[in-house]
Design a protein around this ligand. Structure first.
Ligand SMILES: *[C@@H]1O[C@H](CO)[C@@H](O)[C@H](O)[C@H]1NC(C)=O
Ligand SMILES: *[C@@H]1O[C@H](CO)[C@@H](O)[C@H](O)[C@H]1NC(C)=O
Ligand SMILES: *[C@@H]1O[C@H](CO)[C@@H](O)[C@H](O)[C@H]1NC(C)=O
Length: 306
């Protein structure tokens, strides 16, 4: 069985083969490319084209497999055009239990992101409400972060053109799917996006989470701790939100992903954001891992009434 982590590793391997001279493959995400290499390069073996890497002008021509990252028309992230969002009467998103906060979790620097997962895979933290399928329960698969190298960028979604320094993604799958990968095929994946906003002083509520991240600054390291460091999320998950259907922003960019972007920003102190900027990826470079916005292509974006 292939797990989400296996898919991640596949992505890393592919990126390394594809852009040998582009340095950290994650840097591809901020280049003006449609994402034909790097983190977005999980191979689609049905078709292949020949491309030059934009950062490796003089490198030999490489074969590249097309994925939705290249060909998709319903891609993420997007700029949320607040002015044209239709309003819908959604309930708030809620946690149905405290499993995430009461269990042992693992922080991992997988050289693509800081990824948080439950250690006991049989535990299934449940979420419902919002734009999630009514009457359905969703399971938390992982939480991970997207950031940049400076305070002025790092988020994936932008809101009315506004950029944020970091965005957290809580990846969910519908409980009618066996696991994340099964849900990807059935288009039963949903992602909750939390935007961080910079403030001068540290946010006490993020203290434990940031302290935990300092334990995994080095590439391919993990740190096991209690899920208590994530309790701050409870103050944001019930806030108003924008929602639309898009794609994963990494690893093949599969479409049919239901997005929820919360309106209530999470304040993060400058010294706390620096910890994320200090996360080291492959090639001993500081990691940055955000994908640039993609076209709307006539999609509807809705917002909650609250
Ligand atoms: C692979 O590419 C083909 C042709 O572009 C497309 O029809 C198919 O849906 C893609 N599959 C995946 C998993 O990306
Ligand atoms: C999935 O969630 C629904 C709604 O909460 C519940 O009725 C159903 O029993 C759950 N199914 C599984 C397989 O857990
Ligand atoms: C990690 O977070 C937990 C709370 O979940 C906290 O008790 C612990 O001190 C943190 N670990 C480090 C090394 O800061």
């Amino acid at each position: 069985m292939t797990t989400a982590l296996d898919l991640c590793l596949l992505g890393v391997l592919f990126a390394q083969q594809t852009v040998p001279s582009a340095g950290n493959p994650i840097f591809s995400s901020v280049l003006p490319s449609t994402g034909f290499f790097g983190w977005y390069g999980t191979p689609n073996t049905t078709e292949s084209i020949t491309e030059h890497s934009p950062t490796a002008e003089h490198s030999p021509t490489k074969k590249h497999e097309l994925t939705f990252c290249d060909t998709g028309t319903l891609q993420s992230p997007i700029d949320i055009n607040v002015a044209t969002c239709k309003t819908k009467d959604f309930p708030p998103v809620t946690f149905l239990d405290d499993i995430l906060f009461n269990s042992e979790i693992q922080y991992e620097n997988n050289c693509e992101t800081v990824k948080i997962t439950l250690i006991d895979k049989t535990l299934k933290p449940k979420v419902q409400g919002g734009a999630l399928a009514p009457g359905s329960t969703y399971i938390v698969d992982n939480i991970h972060f997207h950031w940049g190298t400076k305070n002025t960028e790092g988020c994936e979604h932008t809101i009315a053109g506004k950029k944020f320094p970091m965005e957290a993604h809580m990846v969910l799958y519908k409980n009618t799917s066996k696991d994340f990968e099964d849900a990807l095929h059935k288009k039963e994946v949903a992602v909750l996006g939390f935007m961080f906003i910079l403030q001068a002083h540290p946010n006490e509520a993020l203290h434990a989470m940031v302290a935990n991240v300092t334990e995994i600054l080095q590439p391919h390291t993990t740190f096991k701790t209690s899920g208590k460091s994530l309790v701050f999320l409870k103050d944001y998950i019930g806030s108003g939100f924008y929602t639309y259907t898009g794609s994963l922003t990494t690893h093949g960019c599969a479409e049919g992903v239901l997005w929820t972007i919360f309106k209530k920003d999470i304040p993060i102190g400058k010294t706390q954001l620096i910890i994320f900027h200090d996360v080291i990826g492959e090639d001993a470079e500081e990691l940055q891992n955000w994908r640039a916005i993609k076209p709307y292509n006539n999609r509807e974006v809705y917002q909650s009434t609250f």
